[in-house]
Design a protein around this ligand. Structure first.
Ligand code: GAL
Length: 632
């Protein structure tokens, strides 16, 4: 497949006279796709039912005739003021019970049925008008679900719908009381209608109450998205997508993705390093502050490729400094091109930059575009053009199945957020550290959902901290002849039909071992392993006679029964790399430990080598200049 470039454009921000020239300059840059419309509601429907389509018709026409394919965004992330006047209670409410306000964006609660219908109605009006327009080749629904902390809401609408959800799930208060264990602290309810939301309780609310709440909120995002999918589908046969975010886990993206055709996501490598990787050391951040973390983008490409059932786009990519992180450095020259090509190497069919022109007004004035405010080309444009030129000479990029996979499960993220048992136990982090260790060994890694029924041709599968088994996954494990590595905490909740949060302390029943006690470790405390590396953050006292790894004090920390391994600890990179290398050797997977900042991705017939570091690297007989990549 030949990947393509795109750009995000806001015709409503600029005089009509420049649209034509902008379109021409986009195609000259080598751009094939342009996303428009996703925040333009007030310009399209200034008052209820009063539509002004002519400007958008014209923009579509100009862009399309210039040869650009349009991605039409539905504007539900930015309802205009009249919508709020129509539904004064449509705003999300924060955990302290305060209603959020109009004046920025994403000012809605996913559970407000009136707004859900209004958003779907607007999407349908747009689809009726542009669904068959030959220039409109894809649709983006809404923009970054959950951004600005908007999945969790404690509004009246949420309360009403949560009770309906609970009634359907449990049928009676009695059943719910049993499933949640409400006998504890006299938390029993007489009716489901008297159940409140789990915020503002005196101390922690029942974890089962929380988990059901998180599950419900996630389903509300799915439902909100479905309303627009159903509104648009009858009018177009073009693919539908949504642009997800980095390290955002408040709803089940696999479930949303099941209703869409392509998963796209928004990649801001420097913003992420500053804002989304608080759990990195200062030294690491300083090393990569103008390049971004060498694994973070790749991880999300791999995750979203899976969420999109193989089809993945980057809908927004940082073109230079952004405006929203605590610090916003300038990327090293070459990084914009590098991030783009890396996305292609991981299967992106399209990478679109955010945004075409820097805006001279409102919230994002400090955010660069491919063009400067005065219309001159900015550095981002130059690098986008370089990528476009490089693509011309690049043979098709074809993805291959990785030998190694990691299971990623949103529900487990919520479970351990609700009951971390140790300040630094973060599910995403644990998954990411597995991913990093494997990538540092030069491997491709696939990310799979927890309800996968088959591991395919893979040879080694990791299931860290999966809250509970499910039948599909059990089946996949049963069929699999490769090695499965589970734990820590995997299957430490029972998979009772009614509720997952009823537990034994932990009983993995995997690899023939039992967990007797668990300990969370403060930052800075490490427990050395006999063969090298150490335990950090989490340690389980294991019982069994199939020991596989031990501390230097001879305590068993992992057990192995045939091809099933349970690791009852969180390990540092040295330990993970040592153990994973041995398991790869055993599975006939070739590893190649890479220097800091260098990563390799293998696709069919080629390898992509990328240097995230600020120094040139010589590896395997080739020099990869700093902030650069090569194909071989
Ligand atoms: C994204 C968002 C865009 C824009 C961008 C700035 O999160 O989708 O609309 O705000 O950030 O970096």
């Amino acid at each position: 497949m030949k990947p393509a470039l795109g750009v995000c454009y806001y015709p409503e921000h600029w005089h009509e006279e420049i649209w034509q020239d902008d379109a021409k300059r986009m195609t000259e840059t080598g751009i094939a796709w342009v996303r428009i419309g996703e925040f333009a509601w007030s310009q399209l429907e200034a008052q209820e039912g009063c539509f002004t389509w002519d400007w958008l018709d014209k923009a579509v026409d100009i862009l399309g005739k210039a040869g650009l394919k349009i991605i039409m965004g539905t504007p539900s992330a930015t309802p205009p003021k009249w919508v709020l006047e129509k539904y004064p209670d449509m705003l999300a409410v924060d955990a302290q019970g305060k209603m959020r306000k109009f004046g920025s964006r994403r000012h809605y609660c996913f559970s407000h049925s009136g707004y859900r219908a209004e958003a779907a109605r607007m999407a349908q009006d747009m689809a009726k008008r542009y669904g068959k327009n030959p220039h409109v080749q894809a649709w983006q629904i809404d923009n970054e679900y959950g951004c600005h902390d908007t999945t969790l809401s404690y509004s009246d609408a949420v309360k009403q719908e949560f009770r309906i959800f609970l009634s359907q799930k449990y049928q009676s208060a009695d059943a719910l009381n049993k499933a949640w264990g409400n006998v504890f602290w006299s938390m029993e309810y007489e009716t489901i209608d008297s159940i409140d939301l789990p915020n503002q309780t005196v101390t922690e609310a029942n974890p089962a109450h929380w988990l059901d709440f998180r599950l419900f909120l996630s389903k509300q995002v799915v439902r909100f998205n479905q309303a627009q999918v159903n509104a648009i589908r009858p009018y177009t046969d073009k693919p539908l997508t949504h642009n997800y975010m980095g390290r955002y886990t408040a709803f089940d993206h696999f479930a949303v993705g099941d209703d869409l055709d392509i998963a796209s996501w928004d990649s801001y490598p420097l913003g992420f390093l500053e804002q989304m990787l608080d759990d990195e050391t200062e030294a690491h951040k300083n090393n990569f502050y103008r390049q971004g973390d060498p694994d973070f983008q790749a991880f999300h490409h791999d995750l979203y490729r899976s969420i999109g059932h193989g089809r993945m786009w980057v809908m927004e990519q940082q073109p230079g400094p952004v405006n929203w992180a605590p610090y916003n450095p300038i990327p090293l020259d070459g990084m914009v091109a590098l991030w783009t090509m890396e996305a292609f190497a991981h299967g992106a069919e399209m990478v679109s930059y955010f945004r075409w022109r820097q805006a001279p007004f409102a919230q994002e004035q400090m955010h660069t575009g491919l063009l400067r405010v005065n219309g001159d080309n900015a550095r981002g444009q130059i690098e986008a053009k370089q990528v476009a030129d490089a693509l011309e000479n690049l043979p098709d990029i074809e993805q291959i199945t990785a030998d190694v996979a990691i299971i990623f499960d949103y529900q487990s993220q919520w479970a351990w957020q609700i009951q971390p048992q140790g300040k630094s136990f973060d599910y995403f982090r644990l998954i990411f550290e597995h991913y990093r260790a494997l990538r540092q060994l030069g491997l491709n890694v696939d990310i799979l959902p927890s309800n996968v029924t088959d591991f395919g041709d893979r040879k080694l599968v990791f299931i860290p901290a999966l809250m509970a088994w499910n039948d599909n996954l059990k089946q996949a494990i049963k069929k699999f002849s490769g090695i499965v590595v589970a734990g820590p905490r995997t299957a430490s909740k029972t998979a009772a039909k009614t509720n997952y949060m009823q537990i034994s302390p932990t009983a993995p029943d995997f690899a023939d071992c039992q967990t007797l006690r668990v300990a969370s470790l403060r930052d800075g405390i490490t427990i050395k392993l006999a063969k090298g590396g150490a335990i950090i953050r989490w340690f389980e006292e294991l019982q069994g006679d199939k020991g596989f790894e031990f501390t230097d004090n001879t305590e068993m920390i992992a057990s192995r029964d045939g091809n099933h391994i349970y690791i009852g600890a969180w390990l540092n990179q040295t330990a993970y790399q040592r153990i994973f290398t041995a398991l790869c050797d055993e599975s006939n997977i070739t590893t190649k430990p890479l220097p800091d900042g260098l990563r390799i991705r293998t696709v069919k017939d080629k390898q992509f080598m990328v240097n995230y570091s600020a120094q040139d690297i010589i590896f395997d007989g080739v020099t990869i200049p700093k902030a650069d990549y090569l194909w071989r």
